[in-house]
Design a protein around this ligand. Structure first.
Ligand SMILES: [Zn+2]
Length: 117
């Protein structure tokens, strides 16, 4: 359940390309030097939000979109809030995605770690 071995992100916004070592920003989807996709960076696409927290928020407050506010998705959070989680469908969908660890935060990082620290 827990992932204590997850590396700490020292400078979360910057990371090195695994192919050429070029330092690039987290928003870069591909290395500007060699063109390697940033997804090859195992840990760097993992959000610092907690999957457990997101899951609990989705279960209990999902129809208010609280789990989406939690990961910084304000736009869809409001949408969930006014539509009751897309009439419940969005909540069930999000629940499945969060549980599988594929839910993404507002920056495109996967909410995969069970603990946020
Ligand atoms: Zn590179």
């Amino acid at each position: 359940m827990q992932s204590k071995s997850r590396p700490k992100l020292v400078a979360r916004e910057m990371f090195y390309c695994t192919k050429c070592g070029h330092l690039m920003h987290q928003s870069a989807r591909a290395c500007p030097e060699c063109g390697a996709p940033s997804s090859v960076q195992g840990w760097s696409d993992i959000s610092d939000r907690s999957r457990l927290t997101a899951l609990l928020l989705c279960i209990f407050l999902g129809i208010f979109g609280v789990h989406r506010f939690y990961v910084g998705k304000m736009g869809t959070g409001v949408l969930w809030l006014v539509t009751g989680g897309l009439f419940g469908i969005g909540v069930v969908y999000d629940l499945a995605i969060i549980a599988s660890g594929e839910f993404e935060d507002a920056d495109g990082f996967r909410v995969a770690a069970w603990e946020s620290d």
